[in-house]
Design a protein. Structure first.
Length: 267
């Protein structure tokens, strides 16, 4: 198990959670106006308690839970504790089920990754931590593999029209892209190839670095041009679990240089 990658992954995951909760809190009551999904049909016993806890929170109650979740995530950034990590996961599940209409692939990925992140925290048995580490790694691959498999069941990705359909959607500001159908076709096939090959490419160091770099560019582009930053940044945060020791050292050195630059300018 790569301890440096593990620590970077945990910090990235809890940083993502912190930013997501800040964004929700800034939305105020607007984040909670949609009717929540009903998880349980029964209102008896422990199921009824869970239903009340996860579905029937008022806007004020949800904001309180969000504040608690934000505080717990910030504490996890300082020092990893497995029990606090499980609390973060539970509170996040409550929030995401309350805002289920706004969920996307990145949020769903984090719902799964947070529990493995917690089980890799301080105080867990080494076997549990190592197992959670590899499950988290495979979770990233499964996300891409399942997405690619789903795309192969339709026609838009196979005939090259998927990106053009998205570009013509008035919900996105991609009119400039829709005017280049050839580029849209190329991006469609490149995206399909990237998602299909990603689960295999990350097993070897040279191809891993290339595909992780391409993945960062891909998810940043969806964050900027499609307005889904929470999804793009969630996948980028989870990339840390697949970094090798040299990549982590390079990333750490780069952050130290960025942190030291403002001080050098001031002095």
């Amino acid at each position: 198990m790569n301890d440096a990658a593990l620590r970077l992954f945990q910090r990235a995951a809890y940083a993502w959670i912190s930013l997501y909760m800040i964004a929700l809190l800034l939305l105020g009551d607007d984040a909670w106006v949609s009717a929540p999904v009903r998880l349980f049909s029964s209102a008896l016993g422990w199921k009824g308690w869970l239903q009340e806890m996860m579905n029937d929170r008022t806007a004020a109650g949800c904001m309180l839970i969000s504040v608690l979740l934000l505080c717990a995530a910030l504490l996890q950034l300082h020092r990893q504790r497995w029990w606090l990590g499980l609390l973060v996961w539970l509170l996040f599940r409550i929030i995401t089920h309350r805002t289920w209409l706004a969920s996307n692939g990145g949020i769903q990925l984090m719902e799964n990754m947070l529990i493995w992140c917690a089980l890799m925290g301080n105080g867990t048995h080494p076997f549990i931590g190592t197992t959670a580490f590899w499950i988290a790694r495979l979770q990233v691959l499964l996300a891409y593999g399942a997405a690619a498999a789903h795309k192969f069941t339709g026609t838009a990705w196979l005939d090259g029209s998927a990106v053009l359909l998205v570009a013509n959607d008035p919900g996105f500001s991609l009119g400039w892209l829709a005017r280049s159908p050839v580029l849209c076709t190329a991006l469609t096939y490149l995206t399909l190839a990237f998602m299909s090959l990603f689960p295999l490419a990350v097993w070897w160091s040279p191809s891993r670095r290339v595909f992780l770099f391409l993945g960062v560019l891909f998810h940043l582009s969806t964050a900027v041009f499609m307005g889904i930053p929470q999804m793009g940044l969630a996948f980028i945060a989870c990339y840390a679990i697949w970094l090798d020791q040299d990549n982590v050292k390079w990333f750490g050195t780069m952050l130290q240089q960025i942190h030291a630059t403002p001080r050098a300018v001031i002095t």
